[in-house]
Design a protein around this ligand. Structure first.
Ligand SMILES: N[C@@H](CCC(=O)N[C@@H](CS)C(=O)NCC(=O)O)C(=O)O
Length: 120
């Protein structure tokens, strides 16, 4: 069963790579502004999870540089997600605002909607 899951994961990653969306051509100034706005964001995710792939593709399509945190292999990120986010489910977008408040956003559809509304 875990071999089948592993194989499916490789297939998902291969097709993701094959059909990678293009990053928009931002000027260096635009990119710097976006980078400043996303500096407090990090995406807790697994490499081969289809919902995470969908979310990473949307992030790429928007040209955002959001830190990816591997919650499968990194025990610290796994713990943070469970203890601070509230559950062990990926993808999850952690958003730290300038006033220090932190939001943990679950559900790929909600994360993508939020990023599209804020950055497109
Ligand atoms: N409806 C959720 C589904 C997310 C989901 O099922 N994620 C799986 C990985 S693909 C998960 O986190 N499972 C718990 C675990 O692996 O510990 C979404 O669209 O984000």
């Amino acid at each position: 069963m875990s071999l089948i899951r592993w194989l499916l994961g490789r297939i998902i990653l291969f097709f993701d790579w094959l059909t990678r969306p293009k990053k928009p051509a931002h000027s260096p100034e635009q990119q710097a502004q976006l980078d400043a706005q996303t500096a407090g964001m990090s995406l807790y995710q697994y490499a081969a999870c289809p919902f995470c792939v969908k979310t990473r593709r949307a992030i790429r399509r928007l040209g955002l540089n959001i830190e990816l945190r591997d919650a499968k292999n990194n025990p610290q990120f796994r713990r943070e997600l469970e203890q601070q986010g509230g559950k062990q489910q990926v993808p999850c977008l952690r958003v730290e605002e300038e006033d220090g408040s932190i939001t943990w956003m679950y559900e790929s559809g909600d994360i993508i909607d939020y990023l599209q509304k804020r950055f497109s």
